[in-house]
Design a protein around this ligand. Sequence first.
Ligand code: HMH
Length: 222
Amino acid sequence: MDSKISVTETWMRKHRLQYVGATRHPFILSIRDGSLDFSSFKTWLGQDYIFVRAFIPFVASILMKSWKESGNEVDMEVILGGVASLNDEINWFKQEAPKFHVSLTSVIPQTANLKYCRFLESLMSPDIAYPVAITAFWAMEVVYQESFAHCLEDGSKIPQELQGTCERWGNEGFGAYCKLLRDMADRCLQKASPEVVSKAEVVFLSVLEHEVEFWNMSVRDA
Ligand code: HMH
C-alpha cells in the first residue's frame, strides 16, 4: 500500500458505506430538504444535550491523556480549545431549547443515548490508549461536522429555525478543528502498535454505529 495514505484515510475508504450511513442519515437529509418533522428535532435536541453532558468528561479524559501520552504539546492545546467550546455548546442548548419548548431538565435519556454514553464512559478508562481515544473523539466530531455541513451546501432548503444548529457544527472553523483532530489521530496511529491501531479501528466503527442509532432514535421516538 502507498505509504502516503494515512491510517484514517485507509479506514475512510474501507468503511465508506458505514461513514456515509452516519453522515447522510435520513434525519440529516430531511433537515436539508426541509421535510423534517419538528418533533424529531425536539427529541434530538433534548437527547443531544444529555449526550454532550457525558461528552465533556470524555474530552477531559483525553485532555489528561494528551498531557502524558501524545508526545506533541500542541495536542493538549487543541483539546483544551475543544473543552472551551463545549462550554459554549452547553449554553447554546440552554438558549435553544426554550425556542422549541423543550425542557432540558425533564429529558429522559433514551436507550440509544444511554448506550452511547456508556460507550463514552468505557473510553474514559486509563486503560484506553491515547491513539484509541483521540480516534473516537475525531470520529464523533467529524460525523456532526460532515452531517450539518451537508445541510448548508447549495440547494438545501433548511427551515430558518434550524439554520443556527446547522451552522453550529457545519461551519468552516469547526471543519478546520476536525481536520486538526484527524491529523493528531493519524500522527499517533502511525507510531502505534498494530494492536492499538486495530483497537482504534474497531472504536471508529463503533462510533459510526452509535451515531446511526442516535439519529434513528431521534426519528423513531419523536
Ligand atoms: C450524538 N455525537 C452526538 N452528539 C454530539 N454533540 C456530537 C457527536 C459532537 O460532535
